[in-house]
Design a binder for this molecule. Structure first.
Ligand SMILES: C[S@@+](CC[C@H](N)C(=O)[O-])C[C@H]1O[C@@H](n2cnc3c(N)ncnc32)[C@H](O)[C@@H]1O
Length: 427
């Protein structure tokens, strides 16, 4: 019987490659000490899926015949352990994968012998296996969706030729960033230059769970922190966070504008409940409303000096953290871009004269970001681009005094998630 860690990994791979579904954030919660092995193995299989399959194909009797997913998963897991996880013994890498091939629902029993033969042969020279796999073209690991997302990330910076460099960076497992909320900086975290309050985990340091649980800080990517380092001098007393859960940005908004009345909307009941709880724990006062933001805004007369619309999106900018992203179905984009426009126009309607609207998505795709800005300012002559982001934070400069009205950090020079934002003010 394969270990629970390997069964979890196999389930996650079936979910991604069989169903086109995401790996849930807490997929390895019950694994305890084995979670690290499971994380590493799943990451390797997802990040190197294309080359793992390409290595196997010519070794099959009939290479053009489709191979059942159970076989592909068992082989990919076995090969990844042999090639890149030196701490796993030959015996464990081979036998556990052979057992997996024989497991109902996860494997494909008739191919147990094939999995055994291929892995046993590969285990004779693990360094040679790693060298063969590493020598295969990196493009094998990129789906058409990812190639498009990377092109979109590089185009605004005139760096389309740097696709391999960007891909190589995004193939590294990410190191999390944190926001200091109170007290001293704990051991193992170091400040990120140019972004006060932003901390990053030192190489090899343990994840600072006790510090997070004690309320000393929160997990927040540096791109989100840079986005909220906008420069805006006008008075802000009424804030709307239109898509607020899990509440990281609501927390930062409350600290940036103490005393302002904050309304935080969230459509999903569970996420709204979690948002309410998190804000309470952090001592953030906000009116949390569980509602579809477009419907709520369309049926409400309230106006705001500052609106943050951190919209639901494809998440293309998070593919370093979510290595399954390249392999998802991505058939949801038209629905998402439609929803983003509906949310934007409803939000713009509720912006007070002189107010600031910030729109953001963790995506590089222009149709989820900059194209909406062009559409919005064309439809609403009372809205004007607002230059609020310092170029030093990684944003491009397109305005006065080194400030920009768009937030599109250069992915080759900025180690945060891929983000796109724009700011408009109402006349
Ligand atoms: C990108 S996340 C927001 C992250 C949050 N701003 C933070 O920094 O912690 C987008 C959120 O919008 C919510 N959402 C999606 N559609 C919505 C809608 N129509 N109205 C309100 N919230 C929505 C999602 O459930 C999700 O929690």
């Amino acid at each position: 019987m394969p270990t629970p860690a390997r069964i979890h990994v196999a389930h996650a791979l079936h979910e991604v490659f069989g169903e086109g579904g995401r790996v849930p954030d807490i997929w390895d919660r019950e694994l305890g000490e084995d979670a690290q092995l499971a994380q590493a193995l799943l990451g390797l299989c997802l990040r190197r899926w294309g080359r793992l399959q390409a290595w196997v194909k010519p070794k099959l009797k009939d290479p053009d015949r489709g191979v059942p997913l159970g076989t592909r998963v068992s082989l990919a897991m076995g090969l990844a352990q042999l090639a890149w996880l030196p701490g796993v013994s030959d015996h464990a890498a081979v036998n556990e994968s052979v057992d997996l091939a024989a497991t109902r629902d996860l494997g494909f029993l008739p191919h147990k012998g094939l999995v055994n033969a291929l892995l046993r042969r590969a285990s004779k020279d693990r360094a040679a296996l790693a060298a063969e796999l590493d020598a295969l073209p990196a493009s094998l690991d990129r789906s058409p969706a990812v190639a498009r997302a990377l092109g979109a990330a590089l185009a605004p910076h005139g760096a389309e030729g740097e696709l391999e460099a960007l891909w190589a960076r995004l193939q590294q497992p990410p190191r999390p960033d944190f926001r200091l909320l109170e007290g001293e900086i704990p051991e193992g975290l170091v400040p990120v230059a140019g972004l006060p309050g932003c901390l990053c985990l030192e190489e090899g340091a343990p994840f600072p769970r006790p510090w997070l649980e004690a309320g000393g800080g929160m997990v927040q990517d540096r791109s989100s922190q840079a986005l909220l380092a906008y420069q805006w001098e006008r008075p802000v007393t009424r804030i709307l966070d239109a898509c607020a859960a899990p509440g990281g940005k609501t927390t930062t908004l409350a600290r940036r504008h103490p005393g302002a009345a904050i309304t935080a909307l969230e459509v999903h009941p569970k996420r709204a409940a979690r948002l309410r709880q998190t804000l309470e724990q952090r001592g953030v006062e906000a009116r949390v409303i569980q509602a579809d933001a477009a419907e709520w805004l369309e049926g409400n007369a309230a106006v705001f000096d500052l609106i943050l619309l951190d919209a639901p999106c494809s998440g293309s900018g998070t593919l370093q953290k979510h290595p399954e992203w390249p392999w998802l179905k991505h058939d949801d984009l038209p629905r998402l871009t439609g929803l983003q426009r509906r949310l934007l126009s409803a939000a713009a309607e509720r912006l007070a004269p002189g107010g600031l609207l910030i729109y953001a998505v963790c995506s590089w795709l222009p149709e989820e970001g900059i194209a909406h800005r062009d559409w919005l300012v064309e439809a609403r002559p009372d809205l004007h681009p607002a230059e609020v982001w310092p170029a030093a934070l990684g944003a491009e400069v397109d305005g006065r005094a080194g400030l920009s009205a768009t937030f599109r950090p250069d992915p080759l020079r900025w180690e945060g998630e891929g983000f796109q934002g724009f700011a408009v003010r109402r006349a």
